[in-house]
Structure formats: C-alpha cells, structure tokens
Design a protein around this ligand. Structure first.
Ligand code: AMP
Ligand code: ZN
Length: 469
C-alpha cells in the first residue's frame, strides 16, 4: 500500500513514499534504552520522535506493530549492577520501571512489545549458530566474532568502509567509533564478575548488536517495514544489525531506516558521559509541566538538531498556555446562530496543512504551526462575534486529528476547564456585581482573582477565566 506519507530513508538517502509490506500494517522496530540509569531528555527526544512516527502512521490509516527492546545486558548495565552490588535483574528492573513512568509522563504511546534482551538469549544463540554455519564468524579465546569481510555490503547504511588493512582486527566493546570499523563481537566468553549463560556456543553472554537482530526477527519477521533510532545508532549498531540479520537470512532486513538527530546543549550532544544532561525528572523538579517538555522536544523536526535551552523551555511553556486557553475558550463559549465568524474552509485548511506537514517526513514544526494558526483563527472569531455550531464541530474534528499525533492540547479534565468551584463562584460574583453596577465590589473580586493567579477575560459570551503561570 502506498500512502501520501513520505519518509527520509537513511539507506537510500532520499525521501520515499512509505509503503508497508503487508497491506495496511506497518511493522516497526525502534531501538530502546539501555536500562542502566534514567533516560535523559536527549534519549527521550528520540523516543518521542518514534511516538510521532507511530501516531502519524496511524493517522495515515496504518495499523502499527511496534517493538522496542530493553537492553538489560551490555557493558554498561553489568558495570552498573556490579557497582551497586545488585543482580543484573534487580538493577535493571528499577530503571525499566522508571523508563515506563517517563514514557507515560511524556504521553508517549506504548509499543506493542518491549522485549528484554535477557529473555531472548536462546534466539540470539540460534542466530549466531546460523551465522557460523554460513561462514560469517570465527572464534578466539572463547568469544565469537563477525568477520565483516564476509559481508561485502558492510557499510551500505553508514557509508563507512572498513580499511583493508584492518581485516582480522577486532573490537570487543559494545560501542565504538568509526575508526574502529572492524570485526565485532557476537558472543563474549564468560568472564569473572559478568553474568553468563551455558549454551551451545559455550559459556558466555551476547554482545549488544545481536540482541536487536534476534528480537526483531522473532517478533516482526525476517523483513519488516521500518527500523529507527538516534543518528548515533547508524554506526556501528545498525550497520552491524544489518550484517547479522542479512548475513543469516540472505534477505533484506528493514525497508526504511529512520534516524533522529541529537538533542544538543551548547553545540554538544547531551550524553551521560559528558555530564551535560537533564532527565525529565530534573525538569519537573524545576517546575516545568511535562506537556511543556513534550512540546519543546517535538517542536523541531526530527532530522534537525535540537538545541536545548531554558529560554526555549520557557517559550514552550507559553505556547502550551496558549493552547490550554484555546481549549478553555472552546469549552466555555456557546455557539452562535447563523454563519458565525469562522468558515468551515478556514478550519479545513488548517487540518489539510497539518496532514501535509506530517506527510512531509513528519515535519512537526509545520504541524505545530498549523495548530497555532487554527488557535489564532478561533480566538479572532470568538473576539469578533462567535462560532457557528457547524464550524465548532469541524474545529473539534480537526483538533482531534492534530492532537491524535501531537498530543499537546490539554483536555478540560487535564486542567484546561474550570472545574474549580471556588474560582467559578468568584467569577460569578464578579459578574453579578458588575450587573448590579457595584464596580467597587467587582474590582475587589478581580483583585482577589489576580492574587490567585487568575485572569478573567470578558468575551461576548460572558467571562472566561484562565490561570497564569
Ligand atoms: P541508549 O539508552 O544510550 O541506548 O540510547 C537510547 C536512544 O537515545 C538511542 O536511540 C540513542 O540514539 C538516543 N540518544 C542518545 N543520546 C541522544 C541525544 N543527545 N539526542 C537524541 N537522541 C539520543
Ligand atoms: Zn538496536
């Protein structure tokens, strides 16, 4: 099925119309977190991009099956567990739980599957055996390595070609730089102080890259639609996944490869190792609303770097406030008879702009702009005489569609409604005082509301109040 949705494929280095292998069903593998610590907002930017991707696929009519792995065994988790004096399972359990909490806080939709690497060791062993049978591996001191010279297409995703004279040189660590493009480890011989499994391959534990190859084919099949991650995954991780999966199956692995650019702080990648990171929890402790963080992280299209600043976060808070007020005004202004001040065509064109923006490789900046445009049109129409019932229905339908992807407009239940009888009563008392021409009393009540951080706006349909931060 071809859709109007176009995505930039890292493999072909161009925009392509998205097609799914199975009609109407998109199968998506998104590399997940290494659960050795809390996610920082750079990691979360990548996971939020994948949330936008899955929601956009649904917007364009696809059913989605998404798999996100949890890397609960690698160099970093083992080191962390040893330092904390815990078993690997106990240590990673806590961070998995924290990860799910962060996803929920950021309104990231749940994937269909969250496989843990340690639950798929058997499948990894089978995959390594099949690579051995096909002559892609060699053994050294109990470990098994992938001989990249046996896979002539090695480098096709990243464009990195290993130097000829490095043939036979190998690397044991899970993560390494492109200068180290060389044979990589599939199975690591058991070591003192590391968990290990007694398997047909000998006693040991899997390398990082084999995890994703084994879990993706188990849960999504040999060939699936989309594989994604952050740009740092292109090399070596995804290059190695391709060598493993295609080396073993002889078939194409993923059709589309999507990669999110990094979140940077003063030009540098936000990373644990650099110490320049914030977690979502840090920002919430500083008083920022999770919705503000979601807004900021999705406001820049995923293929552009996002420069994190507190000024940017404050601006995002203001934008969210504007959207909260939009919701409140829509809920509290009755519709008017007749044509009203907002045409159906104007509302529809905001909806069409939004779809076109998302179809254009998930251009969230343009999508957010379409939402603000709708917000501006609604505010103007309400100021100038109101909105007809037809237009109101159309606004709700367009807003519903936009929010099914962006999810940045709060609902009444989430604080955009009144729902606070103390304030409702004060506002009503002020209205009554004004009607009775008791302006001194009306002003006193207004001062009281100001103290409570409430602004009352007198619309043609009566007063509407909102909170100021
Ligand atoms: P990790 O938990 O380190 O395996 O990373 C999880 C995901 O976050 C991977 O897809 C990385 O590519 C991504 N990632 C790491 N650092 C950043 C960053 N500064 N900005 C955006 N994504 C990142
Ligand atoms: Zn992966």
């Amino acid at each position: 099925m071809t859709s109007e949705l176009r995505l930039f494929n890292t493999m072909t280095r161009r925009l392509e119309a998205f097609e799914s292998i199975d009609e109407g069903h998109a199968r998506l593998y998104t590399c997940g977190p290494t659960v050795y610590d809390y996610s920082h907002i750079g990691n979360l930017r990548t996971f939020l991009f994948e949330d936008i991707l899955r929601r956009t696929l649904k917007l364009f009519g696809f059913q989605v099956t998404q798999v996100m792995n949890l890397t609960d065994i690698d160099d970093k988790t083992i080191r962390g567990a040893n330092e904390a004096g815990k078993t690997l399972r106990d240590y990673t359990d806590a961070y998995i739980e924290a990860f799910f909490e962060d996803l929920e806080t950021l309104r990231i939709e749940k994937a269909e599957h969250y496989p843990r690497a340690t639950d798929y060791v058997d499948q990894m062993v089978d995959l390594v055996k099949s690579l051995e049978d096909k002559g892609h591996t060699y053994r050294s001191e109990g470990s098994i390595y992938y001989r990249i010279s046996t896979f002539p297409e090695y480098g096709k995703l990243s464009g990195i070609k290993p130097e000829e004279n490095l043939a036979g040189a190998r690397v044991d660590s899970d993560e390494y730089e492109k200068e180290d493009a060389r044979d990589f480890v599939l199975w690591k011989a058991a070591k003192e102080g590391e968990p290990s499994w007694d398997t047909d391959l000998g006693k040991g534990r899997p390398g990082w890259h084999i995890e994703c190859s084994a879990m993706s084919s188990t849960l999504l099949g040999t060939t699936f639609d989309i594989h994604s991650g952050g740009v740092d995954n292109i090399f070596p991780h995804h290059e190695n996944e391709i060598a493993q999966s295609e080396g073993a199956s002889g078939q194409s692995f993923a059709r589309f490869w999507l990669h999110a650019e990094h979140l940077v702080v003063e030009g540098e990648k936000m990373a644990k190792s650099k110490g320049n990171f914030f977690t979502l929890r840090d920002l919430i402790k500083k008083g920022f609303d999770p919705l503000t963080v979601r807004y900021l992280l999705l406001s820049v299209p995923y293929r552009q770097k996002l420069n994190f600043t507190f000024d940017g976060l404050h601006a995002a808070a203001q934008a969210v406030e504007r959207l909260t007020n939009l919701r409140r005004r829509l809920d509290h202004n009755p519709t008017v008879d007749g044509a009203g001040k907002l045409s159906l065509q104007d509302v529809d064109s905001c909806g069409a702009d939004f779809r076109a923006a998302m179809a254009d490789d998930l251009n969230t900046a343009r999508g957010v702009a379409a939402l603000h445009n709708l917000c501006r049109l609604v505010n103007t129409a309400l100021d100038e005489g109101g909105i007809s019932q037809d237009a109101m229905l159309r606004i709700e339908s367009v807003l519903g569609e936009i929010n099914s992807v962006l999810d940045i407009v709060p609902t009444a239940a989430e604080g955009a409604g009144d729902g606070d009888t103390e304030i409702d009563d004060l506002v009503a008392a002020r209205t009554a005082a004004r009607a009775a021409k008791d302006f001194a009393q009306a002003d006193t009540i207004r001062d009281k509301l100001t103290e409570l951080g409430i602004v009352v706006e007198d619309t043609p349909h009566g007063p509407v109040w909102r909170r100021t931060k």
